[in-house]
Design a protein around this ligand. Structure first.
Ligand SMILES: *Cc1c(COP(=O)(O)O)cnc(C)c1O
Length: 379
């Protein structure tokens, strides 16, 4: 059997070790030190966000969003069901109700018409999840938010280096959240960032980030003592995480280019299968500049997917399905509510298959495509 192909190989750029050594030689190892500032500066420069705060995860950044919006029990947040658990739990933790709507079957991203139909007097916010690092229809979502006085939050966990009409994902709505989990394009094991795009929300965001205190103001010499002002929590990653992350951020352009090249090779290799009606490839709208985070296909049925996963595994290739739709999960039913007709969501939940994609691949995309063709009975 030829060499196994894992689904992911966490990125190492080679720069992490020197930065970790530098952090360890310094006097500060807890949060909000020099490496945290360097990562935040880098992210502010590349995204254009007014203020970026590093967090321990994207989940933590989403929990900060829920606090910043001042959500109260019964408030509604419209979001896709085809997403990661914490897109919803971050808001449900504040007592808000996730209202799940369907996705566009071409992109697996929020369907703006579904969002419009789900707006009620209790709706406070819309959560745009940019699946696979491909931008949602932000023009439509921004217009809806404006028209109905809703906040727009971006779950850009998968969106580092990706853009919509030239603007960085996460920097377009009122607030955005990035992930630096091991499984994402750039990472520090576990990590994330909150993007505060509205200057008026910055003071409050800094207080939450400092465990609910005005420690930031104290450091800037604006107050003599710092004290408890708001409900915050422990959201800051240590300097060790930030040092590792800086070693990844500085390689971002090369990493993204390489991932996109691999993505395009999958897309070319699988074109004949799409023409033969055996699968559907992902669609990237013109205004989206993606980052090669995920290459996925939609297979004809759940059975075809189960068979493909098993046969790929037998050839040493790891391929995975993705989300179990949240509206059908036990907690999703308990804390949320779903719109009618979640057909594209159900389809993605049953038939979407993610293929291996990591920096350093050589002939793997074509080998995976060949194995997939054999499983579908085409080659
Ligand atoms: C990875 C991911 C998250 C969670 O990110 P963490 O950094 O692990 O908390 C949230 N939403 C989406 C869409 C994700 O892909």
């Amino acid at each position: 059997m030829s060499k196994p192909i894992p689904f992911n190989r966490p990125l190492l750029t080679g720069r992490e070790r020197a930065y970790l050594a530098e952090a360890m030689a310094g006097a500060e190892l807890s949060g909000n030190g020099p490496f945290t500032s360097r990562c935040q500066d880098w992210l502010e420069c590349t995204t254009g966000s007014a203020r970026v705060l590093l967090t321990t995860s994207c989940t933590a950044a989403l929990e900060m969003c829920a606090l910043l919006l001042g959500l109260a029990p019964g408030d509604e947040v419209i979001m896709p069901s085809f997403t990661f658990v914490t897109s919803a739990s971050a808001f449900a933790l504040r007592g808000a109700v996730p209202v799940f709507v369907d996705i566009n079957p071409a992109t697996q991203n929020l369907d703006p018409e579904g969002v419009a139909a789900a707006i009620t007097a209790k709706t406070r916010a819309v959560l745009a999840v940019h699946y696979a690092g491909v931008a949602c229809d932000m023009a439509a979502l921004l217009a809806l938010a404006e028209r109905h006085g809703l906040k727009l939050v971006e779950d850009a966990a998968q969106g580092i280096e990706a853009r919509w009409r030239g603007r960085a994902l996460g920097s377009i709505g009122d607030l955005g959240a990035l992930s630096f989990h091991e499984s994402k394009n750039l990472h520090c094991g576990e990590g994330g960032a909150l993007l505060v795009n509205r200057p008026e929300l910055i003071p409050q965001a800094e207080i939450l980030w400092e465990k609910g205190t005005n420690r930031q103001q104290f450091f800037r010499g604006e107050v003599d003592i710092y004290t408890w002002l708001e409900l915050g929590s422990s959201f800051q990653p240590s300097e060790l995480n930030a040092a590792f992350l800086l070693g990844q951020l500085e390689e971002a352009t090369a990493v993204t280019a390489e991932r996109l090249a691999l993505w395009r090779r999958y897309h070319r290799a699988l074109e004949p299968l799409e023409r033969a009606g055996q699968l559907v490839r992902p669609h990237v709208p013109n205004e989206a500049t993606p980052n090669g985070h995920i290459y996925y296909v939609i297979l004809p049925s759940r059975e075809a997917r189960t068979k493909a996963i098993g046969e790929l595994k037998a050839s040493g290739i790891q391929a995975f399905f993705h989300y179990v739709p949240l509206h059908a999960s036990p907690a999703g039913r308990r804390f949320g509510r779903a719109a009618d007709g979640m057909t594209a969501t159900a389809r993605a939940g049953e038939r979407l298959l993610r293929l291996p994609l990591w920096r350093g691949m050589t002939d793997e995309p074509e080998r995976v495509a060949g194995a997939l063709a054999r499983s579908l009975g085409v080659a």
